[in-house]
Design a protein around this ligand. Structure first.
Ligand SMILES: *[C@@H]1O[C@H](CO)[C@@H](O)[C@H](O)[C@H]1NC(C)=O
Ligand SMILES: *[C@@H]1O[C@H](CO)[C@@H](O)[C@H](O)[C@H]1NC(C)=O
Ligand SMILES: *[C@@H]1O[C@H](CO)[C@@H](O)[C@H](O)[C@H]1NC(C)=O
Ligand SMILES: *[C@@H]1O[C@H](CO)[C@@H](O)[C@H](O)[C@H]1NC(C)=O
Ligand SMILES: *[C@@H]1O[C@H](CO)[C@@H](O)[C@H](O)[C@H]1NC(C)=O
Ligand SMILES: *[C@@H]1O[C@H](CO)[C@@H](O)[C@H](O)[C@H]1NC(C)=O
Ligand SMILES: *[C@@H]1O[C@H](CO)[C@@H](O)[C@H](O)[C@H]1NC(C)=O
Ligand SMILES: *[C@@H]1O[C@H](CO)[C@@H](O)[C@H](O)[C@H]1NC(C)=O
Length: 494
């Protein structure tokens, strides 16, 4: 998921993505739709096997005039599902290609055998291949009109009902929703809105409270800053100074040329690109905070273990150094993120993450229902001060998509902080993950619980187990499986 901070430079954090610092204005260029980058195969990237299937979904579940349908893609693995009424683990797809989420949700593959579970990964409409109007889906506001979380949840509910009817032996199978990031929000909401369809949900790193008036807008960037402050001496301080250093150096043509060379950028930096350049740096730090995993991994980018420690090793110097010395360190530091494999020819300030994520779709969602206020003050965080300005945000959304956000709708439709009447939802949160700022971090009842993973980044618990896993994530996964077994045992479907 990507965060959307204040205007001027409407930075954006893809939930999972996603993070901050992307100029919404950049969306006007259609190229953002398909981004690709080199990936090297990492040892822990395991092969997964599944059938790819399609289900006819109603384009509009909530009205009757638009009666068309589209093919929703889903992936199915039943290797360990041998017995009638065994459970189904259902991944509620988020803003991207479902095969990418399938590859990156090793937890489900790790527990399938123990639970005798069927695995389903369902793609979210408007992403990957699940396009309601084919290639035209993003062409204008009337075609984008059916890109909402409510429609996506209805897709999941209809798909589950259909699978249970059509798969022999699945009629009474208990279904558990699982998701991470925005996908985790969807898992929690699926259980809240369609409790007859799923017996419970694991919502990993799911910031269901990152909406207007629910949490302070500065918490997200404070967590990012803490990650850097705790990973090396002077690390966050030097990043905090770097913004002014960029302003200073970029004030001359010689300085712009120097930055272009020093960072190995793909195209020369012009005066008007400086805001975008700083937004790109900001988004890079946010992404690193999300994927600060304890082992080498390739989620948003191929990275070393504990990547922020490696980044900070390039920023451990006196906070009084010259602007160019400081920015030399910053360039070395960002190259940990963009050039760990040593294959980057140049750094492209229009790219920060995997091309498997649907940036444009997420921006549309952020510009309609998923309004997530973000702000910085430069004191409690290491970023340039930026207030949250809903009006400016709304204006920018209108300019891009021709629609305006509904600031309070997410709170109305999903209950805001008043969720205590629900049951059988696990909210897991990583202490290093900036999205913990909008997560549910307290227990409401025995069956509406929060699990904390202090040394975990963004949904670490959903990844494959790994020899470098900290004890806290091992414990979290064990608890999660225990809850699953308990729900299954007590599921009253007969
Ligand atoms: C998922 O992993 C398979 C290998 O198991 C690979 O072929 C495929 O490209 C991956 N998909 C994505 C979107 O990364
Ligand atoms: C769908 O709507 C069109 C146009 O209003 C109509 O001609 C058609 O019969 C409808 N189809 C169904 C299945 O309702
Ligand atoms: C949206 O685009 C489609 C095809 O590209 C077109 O048929 C339709 O009229 C457009 N609607 C509006 C409101 O522009
Ligand atoms: C930027 O320029 C100002 C004014 O010359 C100077 O005081 C400051 O030290 C420079 N660098 C940074 C990082 O602020
Ligand atoms: C950190 O910066 C301070 C000055 O602010 C300096 O005294 C100290 O030596 C620096 N630490 C390292 C490890 O460079
Ligand atoms: C990436 O690393 C390789 C190997 O160290 C180096 O040759 C290349 O110049 C680096 N790319 C950039 C953009 O710095
Ligand atoms: C930089 O990224 C943008 C957006 O993905 C792409 O359109 C452009 O071609 C890239 N530039 C280079 C030199 O790779
Ligand atoms: C919530 O309850 C569970 C089960 O007792 C416990 O493991 C967990 O630590 C609690 N979470 C919080 C945030 O206190």
């Amino acid at each position: 998921m990507r965060a959307l901070p204040g205007p001027a430079s409407l930075s954006a954090a893809l939930l999972l993505m996603l993070s901050a610092g992307f100029h919404v204005a950049a969306l006007k260029t259609p190229h953002l739709l398909g981004r690709h980058r080199l990936a090297r195969s990492f040892s822990q990237q395991r092969a997964v096997f599944y059938k790819t299937l399609y289900f006819d979904q109603q384009i509009d579940h909530f009205g009757f005039l638009e009666n068309g349908t589209f093919k929703q893609r889903f992936l199915l693995n039943d290797k360990h599902w041998h017995q009638k009424n065994n459970p189904i683990l259902f991944y509620t797809g988020n803003e991207g290609d479902i095969t990418w989420f399938c590859n990156n949700t090793g937890f489900m593959w790790d527990v399938a055998e123990e639970l005798g579970a069927m695995l389903i990964f369902a793609e979210h409409r408007y992403y990957g291949e699940s396009l309601p109007f084919g290639d035209e889906s993003y062409s204008n506001a009337s075609y984008l009109n059916y890109l909402t979380s409510e429609q996506a949840l209805a897709d999941f509910a209809r798909l589950i009902e259909n699978l249970k009817e059509s798969i022999s032996g699945a009629q009474n199978s208990p279904v558990i929703a699982i998701g991470g990031s925005y996908g985790g929000m969807l898992s929690a909401w699926l259980r809240m809105k369609y409790p007859s369809v799923v017996i419970g949900a694991l919502a990993a790193s799911a910031p269901i409270w990152q909406f207007t008036d629910m949490v302070p807008c500065g918490d997200f960037y404070k967590i990012v800053t803490q990650d850097f402050a705790n990973s090396g001496i002077n690390c966050s301080k030097n990043i905090r100074r770097s913004w002014m250093a960029v302003n200073n150096v970029s004030s001359t043509d010689e300085g712009l040329q120097w930055l272009y060379k020093e960072f190995g950028l793909c195209s020369p930096l012009k005066e008007e690109d400086v805001g975008g350049f700083k937004g790109w740096l900001q988004e890079t730090w946010v992404n690193l905070a999300m994927v600060d995993y304890p082992y080498e991994a390739n989620f948003l980018q191929p990275l070393p273990r504990w990547p922020i420690k490696v980044v900070c090793s390039h920023l451990q110097f006196d906070t009084g150094v010259s602007d160019k010395q400081l920015l030399h360190g910053i360039a070395q530091a960002v190259k940990v993120y963009y050039n760990y494999t040593g294959t980057a020819v140049c750094l492209n300030i229009s790219q920060t993450a995997t091309g498997s994520l649907g940036i444009r779709g997420w921006f549309y969602q952020a510009c309609t229902e998923m309004v997530m206020p973000m702000c910085t003050d430069g004191i409690q965080d290491m970023f340039e001060p930026q207030v949250w300005n809903f009006q400016a945000f709304s204006d920018e959304c209108y300019e891009i998509f021709g629609v305006r956000p509904r600031e309070h709708w997410a709170g109305t439709v999903y209950g805001g902080k008043n969720i205590g009447s629900h049951s059988n939802i696990i909210f897991s949160n990583g202490g290093l993950d900036p999205w913990m700022s909008g997560g549910v971090t307290k227990n409401f009842s025995d069956s509406l619980v929060a699990i904390m993973i202090p040394d975990g980044a963004h949904h670490l618990d959903l990844r494959y187990n790994n020899q470098y896993d900290p004890q806290t994530v091992i414990r979290a996964r064990a608890l999660e499986v225990q809850y699953f077994k308990n729900w299954i045992k007590h599921s009253t479907i007969t």
